[in-house]
Design a protein around this ligand. Sequence first.
Ligand SMILES: Cc1cc2nc3c(=O)[nH]c(=O)nc-3n(C[C@H](O)[C@H](O)[C@H](O)COP(=O)(O)O)c2cc1C
Length: 338
Amino acid sequence: MAEKIKKQDLPTAARLSVAPMMDWTDRHCRYLHRLLSARTLLYTEMVTAPALVRGGALHLLESNPEEHPVALQLGGSDPVELAQAAKLGAEAGYDEINLNCGCPSDRVQSGTFGAVLMQHPELVADCVAAMAEAQPAEVTVKCRIGVDDQDPEAVLPDFLEKIRAAGVRRVTIHARKAWLQGLSPKENRDIPPLDYDLVLRMRAAFPDLHVSINGGIGTLAQAEDLLAQGLDGVMIGRAAYHEPANILCEADRRIYGEDHAALTPEEAVRAMLPYIERHVAAGGKLAQVTRHMLGLFQGRPGARAWRRHLSEHGHRAGAGPEVVEAALAMVAPEGAHA
Ligand SMILES: Cc1cc2nc3c(=O)[nH]c(=O)nc-3n(C[C@H](O)[C@H](O)[C@H](O)COP(=O)(O)O)c2cc1C
């Protein structure tokens, strides 16, 4: 079972991370990802500070002890409230507390959360300082290169300088702007152009910051290439979710230099069965877990039958591990090519 990671080991863990993704990187998803890679840093979905502090929604902090190293992402803009939420997160056992300064959704904008904070670097500095003061876990930031008509070349260094002065030592930069007006959150993940070069230049300009890059990274080879160019970490979102085995199974060996053999996707499925059994026995639905497993065999003959069987049968009342075993029997053995 994985244990809480030592604070000094987090920068190494952050060489590769799976991005925070609302509705996707829940505790079932993280349990699966941890089986595939022992080393990759995992992030929760964003949890808002008001939900924790004013709403008392502590169930949003639930996780499995196996998930370490795991970071809690918080949304908010009130230093006092964020400090309280960070403390709750540390007490719940998270290794790192991350502040969301990159998410452009309407709901989030309305509360001055997320990407709109790129316009308020002093406030962000106050927030992260208060969060760090309140509890022992490392506080990090995930941001964009700017928003709307901001000039990233000017605002990004200023933003990084201010959070650095407030004590932040690790930042993940989604290498595109967020356009707060006129684009949906989904469009904001694809349409504003990526600028990896600017992130690389920030890495050079801030030698004491650990800089991870995010946005549009689709393979482990691409991640290795960006690390070789001098970045400290690579964060992968959608590709890690849609093709978890393709990104994570080789990560321990290729990114962290481990020589232990990775689990195959089949082995990971079998290792999920006791977890699924416990979840279903506790009254949970099979599909809550299996929806994160649909992409495990991406590229393999039988992958479509696997997905279809889980999608069609995973929602049935009383469905349990036998549905997963039946779906697994439809997948061709490793080595067979699509
Ligand atoms: C379904 C979904 C939900 C997301 N939710 C969050 C979130 O809660 N917090 C956040 O900082 N970013 C969120 N993001 C953005 C991702 O963390 C990431 O920055 C973005 O997808 C770009 O990385 P990628 O190209 O590797 O997917 C979300 C992305 C997706 C696809």
